[in-house]
Unconditional design. Structure first.
Length: 463
């Protein structure tokens, strides 16, 4: 039992430690204070004029010229005619003829998977995994990715740390732990571990903070979805077909039956949000869409039938291209190596089917288990030039991303993002070169990306 004197000293230490952290935040290279614009006193709102720019608004492939952007606090207040008076603004940013775009949105990112596979699945403490992810979040933001939709993992604490301004990083739309059936894509138990029906763990990655719930039947799925929503999930992630990273499920395997998928969709819908589903194989896509899923992840083997069904049901598509190249040197075992090649071989036809049927396509990378490999997050954009124009790809990474995260409806933790328009959140980039002419310039963010604003705050300015 603590004595009053002991409690007193503990309290003093906590206060000192808190003051040190606050001092560190105030001198951070990322921002001047520890409180994000969205939490500041509205009476102290700051009005900023951004002039001399060519504007890509996130939805049109044609640049807007002759306009300036006015930011008030953490939102875009107005888009006005250029060459007006600069008086009355607390800050004026000269874009020097650069190209102003919305912040990029990575719609399939795994925040906690920057560590190695061995570290994530138990070789490292969960605290290390989270601290590593926090460090990497700042690097992600400095690439111009101002928002990510996390596609499985316990990211609630990191999201709160970023939102409160404790550390810099992109906005996080959390899914919480994914949903996997036994022997499904999210099942990473070793063979000596029983499922929970037989006395084993409830999650698939014991030793870490978890990656997916191992659930069977509508009752377990409903409970797991509601637990994720209780913790703050903005959408729900389920696995409905085999995956590359797992060992016990070939890509053709269909996972979860109709009743189980309906249970996830029903519980999510009751809370005003939606379900996103992992599937490479078209059979998994078809079953998911028929049962109410609204977002298909990866879809590397997508065919005409599946793409047409998605279009008819307004289902969005988030392919991942760069990850397939990134995993090649990592997956040398025969099982995953074969599945990876199968996904690579199908990608071209899948992209063409998606384009033919006019699917809303998002930018998502899915990079994992390699800190070095995840630094190539932006390469996914350039690889898409095989099937899409540069304006189409930039729309995928911004305006389409806005529509995708916006599916969370009443669960949306933020305002409108991914577009340059009045009332949208002030997530703004300025490039020195035109990404609509060649999207590959985005990859060289250190040289070409001159300004990063997220939530109305400047995180980089080398104009």
């Amino acid at each position: 039992m603590k004595t009053p004197l002991t409690s007193y000293f503990v309290a003093i230490l906590l206060i000192v430690f808190s003051n040190v952290l606050i001092g560190q935040n105030k001198t951070s290279k990322y921002h001047k204070d520890a409180i994000p614009a969205s939490q500041q006193d509205p009476n102290l709102a700051k009005e900023t004029l951004i002039k001399n720019v060519n504007i890509f608004n996130g939805t049109s492939g044609k640049l807007i010229t002759g306009k300036d952007v006015v930011v008030l606090d953490n939102k875009i207040a107005k888009i006005i005619n250029a060459d007006g008076s600069e008086k009355g603004y607390e800050e004026v940013i000269d874009g020097r003829g650069g190209y102003l775009t919305p912040g990029l949105i990575d719609c399939h990112w795994h925040t906690l998977l920057g560590v190695t596979e061995e570290e994530f699945f138990g070789a490292a403490q969960p605290a290390y995994v989270n601290i590593f992810a926090g460090k990497e979040a700042g690097e992600t933001l400095l690439r111009g990715v101002t928002t990510i939709r996390d596609a499985a993992g316990d990211t609630y604490g990191l999201k709160e740390s970023i939102d409160r301004g404790v550390i810099p990083g992109p906005r996080i739309y959390p899914s919480g732990l994914g949903m996997s059936q036994i022997s499904g894509h999210g099942d990473f138990r070793n063979v000596g571990m029983k499922p929970r029906e037989f006395g084993g763990p409830a999650t698939s990655a014991p030793g870490s903070d978890g990656f997916a719930w191992l659930v069977t039947g509508k009752d377990q799925i409903t409970a797991a979805v509601r637990q994720n929503l209780f913790l703050g999930a903005s959408q729900i992630k389920i696995c409905v077909a085999g995956g590359v990273s797992s060992f016990t499920d070939p890509l053709y395997v269909i996972e979860f039956n109709d009743e189980e998928i309906q249970a996830a969709v029903g519980a999510a819908t009751d809370y005003g949000t939606y379900v996103m589903a992992h599937s490479h194989a078209p059979a998994g896509v078809i079953r998911a869409v028929k049962n109410g899923v609204k977002s298909i992840e990866h879809g590397s083997m997508l065919d005409e039938e599946a793409a047409k069904l998605m279009a008819e049901n307004d289902v969005v598509f988030i392919p991942s291209v760069q990850v397939l190249a990134q995993l090649k040197p990592l997956y040398t075992d025969p099982i995953r190596k074969a599945k990876l090649q199968e996904a690579i071989d199908g990608t071209g036809a899948a992209m063409l089917a998606a384009k033919k049927h006019g699917l809303i396509i998002g930018y998502g990378t899915d990079l994992l288990f390699s800190a070095k490999g995840r630094k190539d997050q932006l390469k996914d954009l350039g690889l898409r030039k095989e099937w899409f124009t540069s304006p189409e790809i930039m729309i995928q990474a911004t305006g389409n991303g806005s529509k995708i995260v916006g599916l969370s409806g009443k669960r949306n933790p933020y305002g409108k993002i991914g577009v340059i328009e009045e009332g949208a959140m002030a997530d703004i980039l300025i490039y020195s070169k035109n990404p609509l002419k060649d999207v590959s310039i985005v990859e060289d963010h250190e040289n070409n990306l001159k300004l990063i604003i997220k939530d109305g705050k400047i995180y980089k300015n080398t104009l």
